[in-house]
Design a protein. Structure first.
Length: 540
């Protein structure tokens, strides 16, 4: 034990004397943190949505660049050949190196977290859970780093091999590029990369419900880490003269590769089961879509698209992050981001795929008959099917609404005035079908929320006011209930006509837009019924 502790002390001492190792371990993650801060500085909750990605980058840099670089450089200098003569077992030597690397990763992660907190990020929702998940993530990537160290014959080879893993992990592995923006083939491919599971598990502890929803992610990280550790130990070499190409036992690298394949295959199988369950539920509860003849946008507008996925709901991490009240609420700047752990916002609302980040979670089908049309909706239906005390916080990240006394910034105020003046003239807000008309108006509130625009907190106020001016209260109540229970009916071509209200033509996740529109609909419905305070926060 004394020898192992002494080796741990030596490993840490050598690390902190190595300038290149310090750059990879500490400076490299802080550069990413600064870049993300510059890109997302306008978000209401600074960096909170991206800390899982940043911590994963920190671990990835330290474990897949720092660790193999240190091991290979020491091997080239003959350090490990001398270690072989020391009165200490190989297992104790390797374990001391791994523990030293874990300590380095922990300090790098804490430094990154401290800087993020210093520039305005709120405290993570579950600090202890975050440490547990960070340990799993470190184990997975340290195993990968061991494999790289055994495969590379020199430091330049480590750099080349690291780039071959690092860049794909950033781009299609769910770290730097949001999964929802990737094509379908890349989303499927990302399920074979550990970065995806690291980001999701870490993010669940920062903004979401914590360890309770990270079971499969942690299992994936354990499988990948174990595969890498076994392969690294079996291919371990003491001397730089033991070239990888000429050594026996190279086949052990397949163990690490097989662990990735196993994780990807399990993820695909889970997705297939979830999709089958969703399809069965939809066939049992589907109703004919409501359509409206909306004029096509002018040629200068971006072509409108129609969502094709049947239903969507917020992810566990997302909904947990929007208010901090009950079991189904999540983080605001002081709380969380809402996610349906037990019930969605509308208790029986069909669920949506959470922006391709995880398999859909389907609520049970209605145990009672639904009204045949929105005109047949009664107050009893609303009281039975909707839950108003588990909505995302008005001051949170998801579906925010400004307080009545809150004043927007000058640029935002100018845009808000333009929306208020032109919303009564907006063509999708004048279609004959009243349900589609309300749905279109709710998109005006939902799109800036999805795109995280500065106007997101103030647009709902203009939408709510205009809806109450256009549609009688008794009809509006019924229509809002109908939209809450049928978020995927109708069409979403109105999203392509938001150019008329000075919104950008940037692509938007239509599934998430429908889901946010439904939540805004329930918030307005609660105000009309007196079940929610009007113009105030929903913080618990």
């Amino acid at each position: 034990m004394h020898a192992a502790l002494q080796q741990l002390r030596i490993s840490l001492m050598l690390h902190y004397r190595n300038k290149m190792a310090l750059i990879y371990s500490y400076l490299f993650p802080l550069v990413f943190l600064l870049a993300y801060y510059v890109l997302y500085r306008h978000e209401r909750v600074i960096l909170a949505r991206h800390m899982g990605e940043l911590l994963t980058v920190s671990v990835l840099g330290g474990a897949c660049f720092g660790l193999p670089t240190t091991l290979v450089s020491e091997r080239e200098r003959g350090v490990w050949r001398r270690y072989r003569l020391a009165p200490i077992s190989t297992a104790a030597l390797v374990l001391s190196v791994i523990v030293a690397r874990y300590f380095i990763l922990m300090t790098a992660g804490l430094l990154q977290l401290a800087v993020a907190l210093a520039i305005g990020m709120p405290w993570p929702q579950h600090p202890f859970d975050l440490w547990v998940v960070f340990t799993f993530v470190s184990f997975a990537f340290i195993g990968l780093g061991l494999v790289m160290a055994m495969m590379a014959d020199n430091v330049p080879a480590v750099q080349a091999l690291g780039q071959c893993i690092f860049l794909p992990m950033l781009i299609i592995g769910g770290i730097a590029v949001p999964l929802a923006s990737l094509p379908d083939w890349a989303q499927h491919l990302s399920q074979f990369f550990p970065g995806r599971y690291a980001v999701q598990a870490l993010q669940a502890c920062i903004l979401g419900p914590g360890l309770g929803t990270t079971g499969f992610n942690l299992l994936a990280l354990v499988i990948i880490g174990a595969g890498g550790a076994v392969a690294g130990v079996k291919m371990f070499r003491w001397d730089a003269q033991q070239r990888f190409a000429r050594r026996s036992g190279k086949a052990w690298v397949s163990v690490a590769l097989i662990s990735w394949l196993i994780v990807g295959a399990l993820a695909e199988y889970r997705g297939h089961l979830a999709a089958s369950a969703q399809s069965t539920a939809e066939r049992a509860t589907s109703s004919p879509p409501i359509t409206a003849n909306i004029p096509s946008p002018p040629s200068s507008a971006a072509p409108a698209t129609t969502a094709t996925t049947p239903s969507v709901t917020l992810s566990e991490a997302e909904k947990k992050a929007a208010s901090r009240g009950s079991a189904n609420t999540g983080t605001s700047p002081r709380g969380g981001e809402a996610a349906p752990t037990q019930q969605p916002v509308a208790e029986k609302v069909p669920s949506e795929r959470p922006s391709a980040e995880k398999a859909p979670a389907n609520p049970p089908p209605l145990s009672h008959p639904t009204p045949p049309s929105w005109q047949a909706v009664t107050v009893a239906d609303i009281d039975r099917d909707l839950v108003f005390d588990r909505l995302p916080s008005d001051s949170g990240i998801v579906t925010p609404i400004a307080r009545d006394e809150e004043e927007p910034e000058p640029d935002t105020a100018e845009h808000l005035r333009y929306i208020q003046e032109n919303l009564p003239l907006w063509q999708p807000g004048k279609v004959t079908d009243q349900v589609q008309r309300v749905r279109n108006m709710l998109y005006v509130a939902a799109v800036p929320d999805v795109q995280q625009l500065p106007i997101e907190r103030f647009a709902p106020q203009a939408v709510f006011y205009q809806l109450q001016q256009d549609i009688p209260k008794d009809q509006l109540i019924k229509i809002l209930y109908w939209i809450a229970l049928h978020p995927t009916d109708g069409d979403d071509r109105a999203v392509g006509e938001l150019w008329a209200l000075k919104f950008s033509n940037d692509p938007v996740d239509l599934e998430q837009t429908r889901e946010r529109a439904a939540i805004y609909g329930v918030k307005l419905l609660g105000r009309l019924l007196g079940k929610l305070p009007n113009g105030s926060s929903l913080d618990q």
